[in-house]
Design a binder for this molecule. Sequence first.
Ligand code: GTP
Ligand code: MG
Length: 201
Amino acid sequence: MKITSAEFVISNSDVAKCPDNKLPEYAFIGRSNVGKSSLINMLMQRKNLAKTSGRPGKTQLINHFIINDNWYLVDLPGYGYARVSKSAKKVFQKFITQYFAKREQLVSAFVLIDCRHEPQNMDLDFMRWMGENQIPFSIIFTKADKLKPNAITRNIEAYQQKMLETWDEMPLYFITSSGKSLGRDEVLEYIDTINKELSTS
Ligand code: GTP
Ligand code: MG
């Protein structure tokens, strides 16, 4: 898919105030610092469209971006951000949960996972919650530039094994690097295919 335009629309903490139209929407979620905002910039080939930082907790609101005037990308705060107070964490958690539970326009989410780490309960719990609530998602393994290819393969195999303890099959997954634009075509093709299906159905 060719990106012809990518514009910031609105930030807020209330799902009821998100854009009120029927355009298909794709959301990026995952632990703080996993690379959600960087991935959005990489996909859109725009340096500072979504705000990024080396310190966890940069994205604190639900951020809508309109792409090619016909679909939305959503940048969300991370879950499990350790450096805010417990009460702030609860507030984040609450509007993330409400976003996923209530946002009818959401077509699919991408759950981002740092490819360097072993499966973490926080991510596994979040994906279980998504499954229980029938919210479609695929996985994006991030920061692939930080590992050699065989280490990535090994880690993903370990992930797959862990997922299969509770899931019938491994969700669709992508391997990405925001610095190297790895995985860009695959993720955009996937979104494009769904958008085309939706527009003809
Ligand atoms: P929050 O908004 O805090 O939840 O974080 P986020 O998930 O949006 O992460 P963000 O995109 O802000 O990136 C966090 C840090 O990881 C930054 O220092 C990025 O430069 C770095 N980073 C993101 N993606 C990649 C990647 O693909 N490769 C490498 N090496 N670093 C990355
Ligand atoms: Mg962010």
